[in-house]
Design a protein around this ligand. Structure first.
Ligand SMILES: Cc1cc2nc3c(=O)[nH]c(=O)nc-3n(C[C@H](O)[C@H](O)[C@H](O)COP(=O)(O)O)c2cc1C
Length: 332
């Protein structure tokens, strides 16, 4: 294990699962090869054979361990079975209860369970279920945001809750560089989880226009304008694009269902129409009016100045944090 690794990984750096299919085999393998924990994202529908193919494709690109993220708000039983059968290193789950039985079943398959939570109460429940690590998502985070608390106040509470149990607490939301990494360590985290920074990498499956906007724009907003019908009660943090700013006061009775089709996208091998206000971000296959589609981003997006290889993101996080600790905090 190298500098501050967690759960058997060289580093305490996690690339969050990026829905619907932005963290594909290329990104996950690049993060794994760089010593971090990369997470694939399972489809939002049962597709165990496809998921197994994704896992196997990733294994052709890396011989390092990696994981899969499953959103429990969607049908997932068969997908989780596929994850356990393939014995990936980590099953990340979010947006649903984590039963003790699931944790036991995963452990029997040699798979660690690491939920992402957004509140102290949720953290308490997953600790009781016997999980192997906890990702604490702050309100700063990009994508769907499950809680209301800022990371700076929520994270130390979860650290205190865990106490001396061997459950690494991982900080998620707004972290982009070594400074954020050190701040998370100071709050008691053992690792960090980044989403937006990894969307803006060469290997991510995001559409080039989405990546470019992450570099160009700096402001985000917590909203529920996108994907209201398909996934209700799941607010999201998005980039303030000109399209979003024009429509942010969308009346509450409106949703994506009766809107015009603005593009097409192949998501996990299935071709889909993209309606205005749909909740899926544009991937590399998406055609149409890309600038009018949802673009998720965390509050740290203003710190992203260039598209980088994923390995470079990992390297800069580790080296930046080490340097900061040596130069600024040694011997204070
Ligand atoms: C495009 C995008 C898609 C995401 N999809 C998921 C997902 O499927 N499951 C999940 O648990 N979190 C998802 N997240 C949230 C991340 O796991 C993480 O909490 C968040 O990105 C951290 O904040 P940051 O973006 O500021 O780094 C997503 C985030 C983004 C930006």
């Amino acid at each position: 294990m190298g500098w501050r690794g967690i759960m058997g990984f060289e580093y305490g750096i996690i690339q969050g699962p990026l829905g619907p299919d932005i963290s594909g085999p290329e990104l996950v393998a690049a993060v794994a090869n760089a010593g971090g924990l990369g997470l694939l994202r399972a489809p939002d529908w049962e597709s165990p054979d496809y998921l197994k193919e994704l896992i196997r494709k990733t294994r052709t690109l890396t011989d390092k361990p990696f994981g899969v993220g499953v959103v429990l708000a969607f049908p997932h039983k068969e997908n989780i079975k596929a994850v356990l059968e393939e014995k990936v290193a980590v099953l990340q789950v979010s947006w649903g209860e984590v039963p003790e039985d699931l944790v036991l079943e995963a452990h029997r398959a040699g798979v660690k369970v690491v939920p992402q939570v957004g509140s102290f109460e949720e953290a308490k429940r997953v600790v009781d279920a016997g999980v192997d690590g906890i990702i604490v998502q702050g309100y700063e985070a990009g994508g769907h945001v499950i809680g209301q608390d800022a990371l700076i106040s929520l994270l130390p509470r979860v650290v205190d809750l865990v106490g001396d149990q061997d459950i690494p607490v991982i900080a998620s939301g707004g972290i982009v560089d070594g400074r954020g990494y050190v701040a998370a360590l100071a709050l008691g985290a053992q690792g960090i989880c980044l989403g937006t920074r990894f969307v803006a990498t060469e290997e991510s499956h995001a559409h080039p226009t989405y990546k470019r906007k992450l570099v160009e724009l700096a402001k985000t907003e917590y909203t529920n304008v996108f994907g209201r019908a398909r996934w209700p009660n799941a607010p999201q943090r998005v980039l303030q694009t000109p399209f979003f700013n024009d429509w942010k006061f969308l009346p509450s009775h409106e949703n994506e269902v009766n809107q015009p089709v603005i593009g097409r996208s192949t998501i996990h091998g299935t071709e889909k129409e993209v309606r205005r206000f749909a909740g899926t971000v544009p991937n590399a296959s998406t055609t149409g009016d890309i600038e009018s589609m949802a673009m998720y981003a965390g509050q740290g997006v203003g710190l992203i100045k260039e598209i980088l290889p994923a390995a470079e993101v990992v390297k800069r996080l580790v080296e930046g944090a080490q340097l900061l600790i040596q130069q600024q905090f040694n011997g204070i």
